[in-house]
Design a protein around this ligand. Sequence first.
Ligand SMILES: Nc1ncnc2c1ncn2[C@@H]1O[C@H](COP(=O)(O)OP(=O)(O)OP(=O)(O)O)[C@@H](O)[C@H]1O
Ligand SMILES: [Mg+2]
Length: 250
Amino acid sequence: MAMLTVDHIGKSFGGLRVLSDVTFDVNEGEVVGLIGPNGAGKTTLFNVITGFLTPNHGTVMFDGRDITRLAPNARVRAGLVRTFQKSMVFPDLSLRENIALAVRARNSAGYRLRPAARELAEADATADALLARARLGERAGDKVCNLSYGDQRIVDVLISLAMAPRLLLLDEPTAGLAREEGERLIEIVRQHDSRTAIVLIAHDLDIVFGTSNRVAVLDLGRMIAFDTPAAIRAHAGARAAYLGALAEAT
Ligand SMILES: Nc1ncnc2c1ncn2[C@@H]1O[C@H](COP(=O)(O)OP(=O)(O)OP(=O)(O)O)[C@@H](O)[C@H]1O
Ligand SMILES: [Mg+2]
């Protein structure tokens, strides 16, 4: 059984139909690339999967459970975690503080005014372990705003890893990064836990095709193809949606 099943999802804003009959699935440990032109509906689909939007039609199943109407925080506790297209870090807090906050958000029902010292120490230790594995251990105490842009995007991803995802939805984490930086970011997620599934939105087709087991192509709110990278490269409709960009991404 697939970990995530998105079944015949439709979503409209007023009269504007943004998603039509979108169906796809993600297995444990799988990386699914989600591509499509600007405005295709990729972020809207993430919003439906993570509970920020309720669809007009269709269902979202996670671990065999219908979560279509479950609140976003309950989905996070179930292991469904996302990043946002725009960074959500606190730039004036340190790397360690940013990640430790996420650990605590995951572990406790809410923030306590005076958390137990042990809870804080454990969150810091988890943050330090994540930073060390991402080779940012030496910068744990630095403010995030003093990092390079690429390292800030890595902190974004570490924050979501701190929430112990079983499925991680990454909305353009590699935007603005050089190819090697983008590949390093995806590698950090892959090495974290090989069972963690990923849905990756990116416009850099080299990164998508190089890291994904399957690729889903959205165009004007429709899933026009969902297949292996090789099959997507050869898919006429997918090529047309990208006006030849796929042909260049080899
Ligand atoms: N809350 C909203 N209200 C009205 N229209 C919306 C809303 N959110 C998104 N849209 C519209 O839905 C369409 C799809 O937007 P979406 O952000 O999902 O695209 P996208 O594929 O993520 O694009 P990009 O690659 O630029 O990030 C766009 O036409 C957008 O203007
Ligand atoms: Mg988007």
